[in-house]
Design a protein around this ligand. Structure first.
Ligand code: FE2
Length: 348
């Protein structure tokens, strides 16, 4: 599904964002995040209606692209060399805020203490030395299709991506589960707990930042340090002894999915392995290229679709592909045991 913003709508959005930038300063501001779902109701009504339709009716194409927002390539500055360090010139507050506002129409944006220092809005850009990694910051290897954070029970219902620049038109890959044909027997096996998914590398201690993991740049309290240490210990446990889970759940006639083949082990039960192989082959066949252009805000239903990225050659000249990412859950409360306060978005 695609929504192309009209000139009047873009002007309305720009005026709102200019206001919010003055008032809150940053998309990571706690005050902004607390108010985001109310503020989002100042977006144009047509846009809100379509976002809501996407959330309520769960259309089987499982993707929504909002295009037409203009990203000024001079204003945003050079693509940073790493997510840890932005250049002083990088002026992307409005673009980040719009990603959070649109996400807030679908649910609550979350952050991981173990990913990008606990920020809500992530930078996806190629990092020197990561060329061959299965990470958003990789480049020369195919980023194998996956459900975002599939290993985690509190993963997002939606993945939001904003394209700031994509000069080589590097495709995102995408497949909706509705395109996949499975027999009743295959669905039954795939909906049984035969499978394991280990945490992807972005959550491992080797990819942690220098920051505090609380996303707001302030000094970490002793409590935050302690819970983050516990969070890493939890990730290590998920790595060393992953629990057995089904890869399909919900309505067997239109199942939700949870899988990330690159991080899955061979299955003991031969029938389950055969069903998984057939399922992944079907998804391979359904995979399409989705080239995002600057200003495209793309939301993927993370329960109904997989995504990945084609390989590309990074330039490291400040003009590289630069995307922003958020994870959105429909119900923040489910993860309460992993967050410090009811309103906190950072999952430990
Ligand atoms: Fe991903």
């Amino acid at each position: 599904m695609k929504i192309v913003l009209e000139a009047g709508e873009v002007a309305e959005i720009q005026a709102l964002l200019a206001d919010l930038k003055r008032q809150y300063g940053s998309a990571e501001s706690e005050a902004f995040l607390d108010e985001a779902d109310v503020l989002a109701h100042d977006l144009p009504r047509r846009l809100r209606r379509e976002m809501r339709r996407f959330r309520l009716h769960e259309p089987e194409d499982a993707i929504l692209v909002v295009s037409g927002y203009h990203v000024d390539q001079e204003k945003i500055g050079r693509t940073p060399a790493h997510w840890k360090t932005h250049y002083p010139e990088n002026d992307i507050v409005e673009e980040d805020m719009l990603l959070v506002l649109l996400g807030s129409l679908l649910g609550e944006p979350i952050a991981w203490s173990t990913q990008q220092d606990g920020r809500v809005v992530h930078d996806i850009l190629p990092i020197k030395g990561h060329e061959h990694e299965q990470l958003g910051s990789g480049s020369e290897e195919l980023l194998t299709w996956h459900v975002e954070d599939a290993f985690h029970p509190y993963r997002g219902d939606y993945l939001g991506m904003l394209c700031l620049r994509n000069p080589d038109r590097v495709p995102t890959t995408f497949a909706a589960v509705s395109k996949v044909k499975l027999t009743e027997d295959q669905v039954a096996v795939l909906a049984s707990p035969h499978f394991t998914i280990r945490p992807d590398e972005s959550h491992l201690p080797k990819n942690r930042g220098n920051g505090n993991g609380n996303g707001n740049g302030s000094h970490a309290s002793a409590e935050e340090e302690a819970v983050r240490a516990r969070a890493y210990a939890k990730i290590e446990r998920m790595w060393s002894s992953p629990e057995r889970i089904p890869v399909l759940f919900g309505d067997p006639r239109a199942p939700y999915i949870r899988l990330d083949p690159y991080f899955m082990d061979p299955v003991e039960d031969p029938a389950a392995q055969a069903a998984l192989d057939a399922f992944t082959k079907e998804i391979d066949g359904a995979l399409e290229d989705q080239v995002l252009e600057p200003g495209d805000y793309c939301f993927i239903d993370n329960f109904q679709a997989v995504h990945g990225r084609k390989p590309f050659k990074a330039r490291y000249d400040g003009r590289d592909r630069w995307m922003k990412r958020i994870n959105v859950v429909r119900d923040l409360r489910k993860s309460r045991e992993s967050r410090l306060t009811a309103a906190s978005r950072v999952l430990y």
